[in-house]
Design a protein around this ligand. Structure first.
Ligand code: TEU
Ligand code: CA
Length: 594
């Protein structure tokens, strides 16, 4: 929102190219907190608001500007808070509204801002709106959700009788039969997450009013959960069923629906327009295309400031989807990065991320969490943070936290993983060990184990017993051992974040991808006025002589060979050839043009 620097009121029509007119969030870095796993202050094993307050120094030291807080609202926690039963209450497990007010004040006192998670594609089935809606077919809130009769000619409650053949993101049908009222309701996620009907203007008004209430309380914006799913084709057509699949992909009918732009523009007008202050909105959008993202983030359209797209985190999904992983092809990664950088170069804005609470740990997934752990973690950070866009750091990423050696299914807590296991093993008769291999690799729980603060018991996360097991590598990977230690992953992130604040070319410069065909070298330039940066990164554990690669790999190689270094994830050495990269090395060079 508000395309101005902090302290000014923007015009919302930023198209100027000078740094002075940059919206404040374009040179910012966001840090995501998943509260359940961040820090526990009272020994019940679950992270909470007081735990966050106690660790704000860590974030201030890191230098991030914005905190995105995953849901802390009242919830039955079927999906760890993404199932909300009261939008205006803090869940007692996390604290109280008074704790929340202290948190906001402490964040602001440190010069940071706070984004709330806005989960309004669905509520909990325990939200009073849904309880009312379910109470009878003629309840005034019946139409606040998607209720539909049994498929014509079928017997209610039997397989195949659902109003559409859509599958849920969390396995099984996207419809649940309600015996009492004799109809089905739609839930794209768990059956405890019924989808709100955004066609109903009362629903939209209730959401906007709730958003204004949080802004009045002092929050600085929202991260909007699956916001590209709120407009559905209200005729609800069946989807196409892939061979051998029981349920169809309904995405073409509920993703990027006919009124999505209208709803987001209306939200902007009803919630943000005319409000004094500086705000940020980011829409989470699985399946969004570059062209759509450009429309959503075009400032002139007044919809959103940026979106989360999923292309790069889908590149290691195999033919049967996320549970069937395949190795990353770095050429595809480069093509994806280039497509998004180029697509949003003139209009719109990118958000940049490797990790969040839904993705496994990037260092294990795309790097090397063995011998080159620190090198690959910092290399990945460099490739991300040197792009144009707003980078997001997910809690623990700044420490190089890794995937988790989960043993059996009883170590997992995530509803998506548990439902998938039950479906694959119990219903489809697949081999449990084979199913577990996929889950261990890609499960969201890899990101949800407690933040590793120290080498004390339970990694210093809790004095009690944590809700999900701590990664056993906490004695070596933890914050205390990295704070202030030269060469640590934490200090490297700190340096990268500081660079974005001081170097306009990083926040703002033009992007050009080089050598798209090379299998392990990532190389791109950033240019602003007479300043050019070259980013070189080695996605492999063999050394790489960039200067000796055949063909026109790197223009101006001789200039770059002796250029100044901006940042390097290996210790500096006298007289070294800039164009020779060690395993997983990332090096950023700079030169003056003209
Ligand atoms: O996630 C939406 C989403 O599409 C996926 O990332 C999802 O996590 C799943 O892995 C699909 O296979 C958002 C939230 O980030 C997620 O935590 C919630 O579970 C989900 O919406 C429902 O609110
Ligand atoms: Ca607690």
């Amino acid at each position: 929102m508000n395309n101005s620097k902090p302290g000014q009121l923007g015009t919302g029509s930023d198209s100027d190219d000078s740094t002075d007119d940059m919206p404040w969030w374009q040179s910012s870095v966001v840090y995501q907190i998943y509260p359940r796993s961040f820090a526990d202050s009272n020994g019940d094993g679950i992270g909470d608001l007081r735990g966050i307050i106690a660790h704000l120094d860590h974030l201030e030291r890191l230098g991030v500007d914005i905190i995105w807080l995953s849901p802390i609202y009242a919830s039955p926690h079927d999906d760890n808070g993404y199932d909300i039963s009261d939008y205006r209450a803090i869940d007692p497990v996390f604290g109280t509204l008074a704790d929340f007010d202290v948190l906001v004040a402490e964040i602001h006192r440190r010069g940071m801002t706070l984004l709330m998670d806005l989960v309004v594609n669905h509520t909990s089935d325990e939200h009073p709106w849904f309880v009312e809606s379910a109470s009878s077919r003629d309840n005034p809130k019946r139409d606040w959700y998607w209720w539909r009769p049994t498929r014509h000619g079928a017997t209610a409650g039997e397989p195949g009788a659902e109003p559409t053949n859509w599958g849920s993101f969390f396995s099984g049908s996207a419809w649940e039969f309600d015996k009492d009222s004799g109809e089905y309701y739609l839930h794209l996620f768990s059956r405890k997450q019924p989808d709100l009907n955004w066609e109903n203007p009362e629903v939209r008004d209730a959401v906007y009013e709730m958003m204004r209430w949080w802004l009045d309380r002092g929050v600085d914006g929202f991260r909007m959960d699956v916001i590209n799913l709120i407009s559905k084709d209200s005729t609800l057509p069946d989807g196409v069923c892939a061979p051998g699949q029981r349920y169809a992909d309904g995405f073409p009918h509920y993703g990027y629906g006919p009124r999505i732009h209208e709803f987001l523009h209306e939200m902007h007008e009803c919630v943000f327009a005319g409000r004094v202050g500086q705000f940020l909105t980011v829409g989470e959008m699985p399946g969004v295309t570059v062209g759509q993202a450009r429309l959503f983030t075009d400032p002139a359209r007044r919809e959103l400031d940026m979106v989360f797209q999923f292309e790069h985190v889908g590149l290691d999904h195999g033919p049967s989807g996320k549970w069937d992983p395949r190795p990353l092809d770095v050429r595809e990664l480069k093509a994806s990065f280039a497509r998004w950088q180029d697509g949003l170069a003139e209009v719109g804005w990118n958000s940049l991320y490797w990790n969040n609470h839904d993705q496994p740990r990037a260092v294990s997934r795309f790097g090397d969490d063995g011998p080159y752990w620190a090198e690959s973690a910092t290399m990945l950070a460099t490739v991300l943070h040197l792009q144009r866009g707003t980078p997001y750091v997910y809690q623990g990423e700044e420490l190089g936290m890794t995937n988790v050696p989960f043993r059996g299914i009883s170590d997992f807590r995530d509803i998506e993983s548990l439902n998938y296991f039950a479906e694959a093993v119990d219903q489809l008769g697949e081999e449990p060990e084979k199913v577990l291999r996929g889950i261990r690799h890609i499960s969201r729980d890899n990101a949800r184990t407690p933040v590793q603060w120290s080498d004390e018991p339970q990694a210093g996360f809790t004095a009690g017993s944590p809700w999900i097991g701590v990664n056993p590598n906490y004695p070596t990977i933890n914050a205390r051992s990295q704070h202030g230690r030269a060469g640590s992953i934490f200090e490297y992130y700190r340096a990268l974040i500081a660079l974005r604040h001081t170097e306009p070319v990083i926040a703002r410069g033009a992007f050009e991808m080089l050598c798209p065909e090379h299998p392990v070298l990532v190389a791109f330039t950033r240019t602003l006025d007479d300043r050019e940066l070259l980013v070189l990164a080695n996605f492999g554990d063999a050394s790489l002589e960039v200067g000796k690669l055949p063909g026109p790999i790197l223009p101006n190689a001789d200039v770059w060979r002796t250029a100044l270094t901006v940042i390097d994830n290996y210790p500096a050495k006298e007289g070294v050839d800039n164009l020779i990269l060690s395993p997983w090395q990332a090096r950023v060079l700079t030169r003056q043009l003209n």
